[in-house]
Design a protein around this ligand. Structure first.
Ligand SMILES: [Mg+2]
Length: 297
């Protein structure tokens, strides 16, 4: 994986070679730095302005792809006429599309039950945050300080979710200092993008488009892997410093037994931070403007 700004010429060549761009980006840790509490994440006005500019360029299609709920991400981003892929693909909203996965809706009462049980069982643990996202539940432990408490969180999660996992009524995924409890549906960021490429983007646009994807977490790495050779993928973070310590397992569950170190090498490029993402988005926008101006008489 190469540092993007040392290879910007190659990126420019790709931008020149294709008429359009499909720009899909994660939110937390990509457009904004990761905060101690998810409620503290906010988009800077500078990035919002760049996103607005990009959204108004007819040759760029912009989408935000996130694990947050649709309601939350729209409130955080506040850019009109772009695509929002929320809850890891379960909720979609954008030009000409608005859908919620019907199978996921069926899991709502199970998710609520699990949310309440987790909330009641873990509320004594300092720093824990159980988040009800409607069609999924997030269990954030970034600010849980004691190691024994982190282990208790994992054990409790396993105890509460096991009956549902055994009957395929829920899935549990791991992210950076977070567990995601999701409905048992096939949707994830990678499959949502695949669906969009096949069914949503007009073929006359997508056939001439460079697909760019930016993200920082495990779910994004699945996207990088699925897009190998099909687009330009950018990992946000220091590839030498990706730490297994950010990814705990669910105690007692074989599928989550090992702490997980994501393989970032499947991305084409990396940038260090969301500040550099901003720099890249500015560059992308100005390159496209130059290209438009050059072709106009
Ligand atoms: Mg992220």
């Amino acid at each position: 994986m190469k540092y993007l700004f040392e290879n910007i010429q190659a990126v420019n060549e790709l931008l020149h070679a294709k008429k359009n761009v499909i720009l899909l980006t994660d939110f937390d840790g990509t457009l904004t730095p990761i905060r101690k509490h998810p409620d503290l994440a906010a988009l800077s006005e500078e990035i919002r302005q760049i996103l607005i500019n990009i959204s108004q360029d007819k040759a760029i299609f912009l989408g935000i792809i996130t694990g947050r709920s649709l309601k939350q991400i729209k409130k955080l981003v506040q850019v009109q006429d772009i695509l929002y892929v929320a809850n890891h693909g379960i909720e979609l909203e954008g030009p000409g599309i608005r859908s919620t996965c019907p199978e996921a809706k069926k899991a709502r009462s199970t998710l609520w039950h699990v949310y309440m049980k987790l909330f009641k069982s873990l509320r004594h643990i300092e720093g824990i945050y159980v988040e009800d996202k409607g069609l999924s539940v997030s269990l954030h432990y970034r600010t849980v300080k004691k190691r024994c408490d982190v282990e208790q969180v994992s054990r409790t999660l396993h105890g509460i979710t096991k009956p549902f996992l055994d009957r395929n009524m829920l899935f549990v995924h791991t992210g950076k200092m977070v567990y995601e409890i999701r409905p048992p549906v096939k949707w994830n960021k990678a499959s949502a993008i695949q669906w969009l490429l096949t069914h949503y983007f007009p073929s006359e646009f997508s056939e001439e488009a460079l697909l760019i994807y930016l993200g920082d977490d495990k779910a994004d790495i699945e996207v990088f892997d699925s897009l190998r050779g099909k687009g330009l993928t950018v990992f946000v973070g220091n590839p030498a410093n990706v730490s297994a310590a950010e990814y705990h397992h669910v105690a007692g569950d074989d599928s989550y037994r090992s702490p997980f170190t994501p393989d970032t090498s499947v991305a084409d490029y990396y940038v260090h931070s969301s500040d550099e993402v901003k720099e890249f988005l500015e560059h992308l926008y100005s390159q496209k403007q130059e290209i438009h101006n050059a072709v106009q008489p």
